[in-house]
Design a protein around this ligand. Structure first.
Ligand code: PEP
Ligand code: MG
Length: 555
């Protein structure tokens, strides 16, 4: 047995044989004699096979964003100019795999030279090249393996195209050598409810088929476990899933203090099961892969779809959060040396105000057509003046409940002043960590700084919650930290009124809250606030929780 350590990224235990993501095909030497007709046919057959495979993956994708990415790839591979250019390369003496490789290398150079959004799509082109070449060579599609039985998926890191078609029934768990707790892999694993460990370097040395177990909380991975150990871990997990599936109802502490448990979604497809409401509706999906913004009518239809699914319930719509890690071509944002510190989120309205006003008008029109309780909030607000301008614009559009996200430390420090102009706050701890610690949220090497248990982050959360209590207005949390059952106790104790997360994370948080009174949560929050490091904060909270358990048992 060999014990490896990574970072727990999606809770739960899983065990089974490990299998690695299939590697990209190696390009063989150019065939000596080339039959141009046969090569042209091979290119066409490869295009058909890859388009069919990606379409199938998009159809079964459980995550709307992932499905969109895959459909965009299908459009790329079906582009007529690709086949035309391959024909020309074949006329010049290339065989099918080389023709595809050469043509896509040209496309790649164009994308790279264009910079910005297109340059970020080169990995999609590389992925298409690998798939097309594999199809020409009759090799298995690179990507997620299909051994025909459940397994643990191992990879250096996962691209959206790899994770889109993941079936939780087959992929019991994920272990990646790279990535961080707020990386794409981690967020997707939590959305799908697949236990995951990221940043576990030794995992790439474990041979395919080795029976392995992982703990998605502690980050411990054990390679070379017995069949009995595998059965025990999986039986425990199944029992846990079944027990949680039976847990229902609104979020409450043991003494009945309400803490609403809401869902983070990107479209109506992400709504799985009963939820109290939606605490974060990310609207970026509508704007992806487009050279023009979606029209008013198109937006009304998309918003109405979501609102209609939740009659009478609260839905917090976040206005477009473009820029930095979510670049959108139609905005034609200039290249910036530091995009995360540039024109992003609400700041886009400084340059293109109509994008925001069109969106607010569409949200208002969709809200009128349903009886959902629609709230609106802006991302990346830094000052009270920005909050005032945004909420005024919402009111002008007939949207009665307008708030802001707290993602910038400046806004957290002035939460009371911001709240004078807003009906509610929602703390986005993913970005708030990034900006508080000056640590890129995609950088796995800085994962320790991005840990939500960092006392400086907890202090900013405390300042926001206190501002809400003082003003008598709701203050929620919608970053990944809200999904940590233990951290949820800290948040409730600070006075946070709602927690929004991937729907699958809700049952564990519900259970954790129900096991503690509000007073206990306050003691837990005090212990976390008084700690000097994330480790000390976790240990202090474990200590308080353990003490409370003992008191409960002895009564
Ligand atoms: C956040 O920053 O915490 C957040 C919820 O927004 P996003 O992850 O979409 O940036
Ligand atoms: Mg954010």
């Amino acid at each position: 047995m060999r014990e490896l350590r990574g970072i727990g990224a999606s809770p739960g235990g899983a065990a089974g044989p490990v299998y690695r993501l299939a590697p990209p095909p190696a390009l063989p030497p150019l065939a000596e004699t080339v039959d141009p007709e046969a090569e042209r046919t091979a290119v066409r057959a490869a295009v058909l096979a890859v388009a069919a495979d990606l379409t199938r993956r998009a159809d079964i994708a459980l995550e709307a964003t992932a499905a969109e990415v895959l459909r965009a790839q299908v459009m790329m591979v079906q582009d007529e100019t690709l086949i035309d250019a391959a024909d020309i390369a074949i006329d010049g003496g290339a065989d099918a795999p080389h023709a595809i490789t050469d043509v896509l290398a040209e496309h790649r150079a164009v994308f790279e030279a264009a910079g910005g959004y297109l340059a970020e799509r080169v990995s999609d082109l590389d992925d298409l090249r690998d798939r097309l070449v594999a199809a020409c060579l009759g090799q298995p599609m690179p990507g997620v393996p299909d051994p025909g039985h459940p397994y643990l998926l191992v990879a250096r890191d996962l691209a959206p195209a790899d994770t889109a078609g993941l079936q939780p029934a087959l992929v019991l768990g994920l272990v990646t050598a790279e990535g961080g707790p707020t990386s794409h892999t981690a967020i997707l694993a939590r959305t799908l409810g697949i236990p995951a460990v990221v940043r576990c370097p030794g995992i790439l040395d474990v041979a395919d088929g080795t029976l392995t177990s992982l703990d998605g909380v502690s980050g411990v991975v054990v390679a070379g476990v017995s069949t009995e150990a595998v059965d025990t871990v999986n039986a425990d997990r199944l029992a846990e899933i079944e027990r949680r599936a039976r847990s229902q109802g609104p979020g409450r502490t043991a003494d009945g203090h309400p803490v609403a448990l809401l869902a983070n979604i990107g479209s109506a497809r992400d709504l799985t099961g009963e939820v109290e409401g939606v605490g974060l509706f990310r609207t970026e999906l509508l704007y992806l892969d487009r050279s023009d913004p979606p029209s008013h009518e198109e937006q009304v239809v998309a918003y109405r779809d979501v609102f209609a699914a939740l009659p009478g319930r609260k839905i917090v719509v976040r206005t477009l959060d473009a820029g930095a890690d979510k670049p959108l071509p139609f905005l034609r944002l200039a290249d910036e040396p530091n995009p995360a510190l540039g024109i992003r989120g609400l700041r886009v309205a400084r340059q293109t105000p109509t994008v925001l006003t069109t969106q607010l008008a569409a949200i208002a029109a969709a809200a009128v057509a349903t009886d959902a309780d629609v709230w609106v909030m802006a991302p990346m607000v830094a000052t009270a003046a920005e909050a005032a301008a945004f909420t005024e614009s919402c009111r002008e559009h007939g949207l009665p409940t307008a708030g802001v996200m707290i993602e910038v430390p400046a806004a957290a420090l002035r939460a009371s002043q911001v709240l004078r102009h807003a009906d509610f706050l929602s703390v986005g701890t993913n970005d708030l960590s990034q900006y508080t610690f000056a640590a890129d949220r995609m950088c796995g090497d800085l994962a320790d700084l991005l840990d939500p248990w960092q006392p400086a982050l907890i202090a900013l959360l405390a300042s926001c919650a206190a501002a809400g209590v003082e003003a008598g207005k709701p203050v929620g949390v919608c970053g990944e930290s809200a999904a940590d059952p233990q951290f949820a106790l800290v948040l409730a104790g600070l006075g946070i009124t709602s927690l929004s997360m991937a729907p699958r994370s809700i049952p564990a948080v519900r259970e954790s809250l129900a096991a503690h009174t509000l007073d206990e949560c306050r003691q837990i929050a005090d212990a976390a606030l008084a700690a000097s490091s994330p480790q000390a904060a976790r240990a202090a909270v474990d200590g308080v929780v353990g003490r409370q358990m003992k008191i409960t048992v002895s009564h």
